[in-house]
Design a protein around this ligand. Structure first.
Ligand code: ZN
Length: 504
């Protein structure tokens, strides 16, 4: 009995040591993307590869397998959702996945991703898909090998998806996203046909960077991001990273001619950061101190960015501060005009610039295409044509070139197959959780209008953050909302909100 306790302790210590090495790697990556001079790049890549290898080694030592075996029938693991039961179960899952992948394949994937990202950037710049094609073909081949090594039941895509969404399947994603598409396409069309035209020009007036930073920090702090345990810095592509318990770094970028770009990326990253700050500190390095999945993480950022940050009630409270921060740009703009402008819906080519309504169609297109690539139903050579066809079909627009089409996202060059759907799933989870929070907490809009965000934040902490990875995404949504994931909460939210904004 005492032996089991000791073995469990060793297992946790080993996991925490791996997490410590990984956190040092995260620090180097944060520095690379915020502060490092570009001349530091080559040596930084060596440092990163060294630490990644060391983490992998710590996570795959054969003694871990022996410990897991020893604990398999111990009373500590009798309840799979108890602290000890969950930790052992999840460390076993991670370990088994890691040891299934041959070291040679892991190295080949890393090397190819690094090379493919460089070539992708050049191809994108030159609007030359043919230049990128051979590396994408190689990447798809390697991802199929990876899926085969990991194992799957229905489709190799499931094995890749499972790395981001434990337990999720292509079939289930197709079910919810197709239902969403069928409801969304007519809504996008109705909005396009509406004569209502938001005054978006007011959002492209002069927004000085210093004031943007101050207002963004104010908003992040008000919704509950602790700057005592975090920072906000500037980068090219905003992200949030955890460097250790109580050290969460947000990043953003500022465009002096855009209100939305800086402000909403800060709210988005702060949503990620609040999740990380809500995980139990003492469990840092064990699965109970880690986030559930990529989509659940995204549900947290999207809830604060969209459900809260784009709401009328949020701005009832916050608009006077925005007007004070940008007197020249906003003093002659009333709240309704501003709110309508930040909620403009317009089918566009670029995913990262897409609004709350059309965004999910961008994701659906990528999901359908990457699934077809992995299942060998689509050849890489035919990808640009298939891409343009789907944009025409779902969004009614055709990219004029591949730079603004199939070459716009870094993901495939980085080998991130199975990642795209998590963005849309995140939106769906956010909407479904938010409906439940409103049921549990009463009139959230009334709280937001008074600047009270802590009821929602505490609700998220209690229902989601504090559990770490104890539940899978599917278990979590069932536990919290008493229903499986559905497109309906998001569709209801969009239909109601945009029906009012566009007089549909
Ligand atoms: Zn995000």
């Amino acid at each position: 009995m005492a032996n089991h306790e000791e073995t469990f302790q060793r297992l946790c210590d080993q996991a925490k040591e791996a997490a410590m090495i990984d956190s040092i790697l995260q620090l180097l990556e944060w520095d690379e993307r915020t502060k490092m001079p570009s001349t530091g790049g080559a040596y930084r890549a060596d440092q990163a590869a060294y630490l990644a290898g060391l983490t992998h080694q710590k996570q795959t030592e054969p003694k871990i397998g022996h410990w897991l075996e020893e604990l398999a029938n111990s009373p500590l693991t009798a309840d799979p959702h108890s602290d000890t039961g969950a930790i052992v179960r999840l460390l076993r899952r991670d370990y088994e996945k890691k040891v299934k992948l041959p070291q040679t394949l892991v190295e080949e994937l890393t090397r190819t991703a690094s090379h493919a990202q460089q070539v992708w950037a050049e191809a994108r710049q030159a609007n030359d898909f043919a230049k990128f094609q051979p590396l994408l073909e190689k990447t798809v081949g390697l991802k199929r090998q990876e899926a085969a090594a990991l194992g799957y039941e229905a489709t190799p895509y499931d094995a890749l998806l499972d790395q981001y969404e434990p337990g999720e399947t292509a079939e289930n994603v197709a079910r919810v996203l197709s239902a969403l598409r069928d409801a969304l396409v007519p809504l996008v069309q109705a909005i396009a046909d509406s004569s209502t035209r938001p005054e978006v020009a007011v959002l492209a007036r002069e927004y000085p960077t210093a004031a943007q930073e101050q207002l963004g920090k104010q908003a992040a702090a008000e919704i509950g991001f602790s700057f005592e345990a975090g920072r906000l810095d500037v980068t090219d592509h905003p992200f949030c990273v955890t460097l250790g318990p109580r050290d969460i770094r947000l990043t953003t970028r500022y465009d002096e001619r855009s209100f939305n770009d800086g402000f909403f990326s800060i709210l988005h990253e702060a949503g990620h950061g609040i999740y990380e700050q809500g995980l139990p500190d003492e469990q840092f390095g064990t699965p109970l101190g880690e986030y559930v999945s990529t989509a659940i993480h995204e549900s947290q950022s999207r809830m604060w960015e969209n459900q809260v940050g784009l709401s009328q009630s949020f701005w009832q409270h916050f608009y006077p501060q925005a007007q004070q921060a940008f007197p020249t740009a906003l003093s002659d703009v009333d709240l309704a005009t501003f709110h309508q402008a930040i909620n403009e819906v317009r089918p566009s080519l670029i995913r990262v610039e897409a609004d709350e309504v059309t965004y999910n169609l961008h994701i659906l297109i990528r999901f359908e295409l990457e699934k077809a690539l992995i299942e060998d139903d689509l050849q890489v050579a035919d990808l640009p044509g298939a891409w343009n066809e789907k944009y025409k079909h779902y969004l009614g627009i055709t990219p004029p070139n591949d730079t603004d089409g199939v070459l716009q996202d870094v993901h495939w060059s980085a080998g991130l197959f199975g990642y795209f759907p998590t963005y849309a799933l995140g939106n769906l989870y956010a909407a479904q959780f938010f409906v439940q929070a409103q049921k549990d907490l009463g009139d959230l809009d009334a709280s937001f209008a008074k600047g009270q965000f802590s009821p929602l934040r505490e609700w998220l902490r209690t229902n989601i953050h504090q559990h770490g990875r104890r539940y899978t995404p599917a278990e979590l949504v069932q536990r919290i909302t008493n229903a499986p994931l559905s497109h309906e909460p998001l569709m209801n939210h969009l239909t109601k909100k945009y029906g009012e904004l566009y007089n549909l």
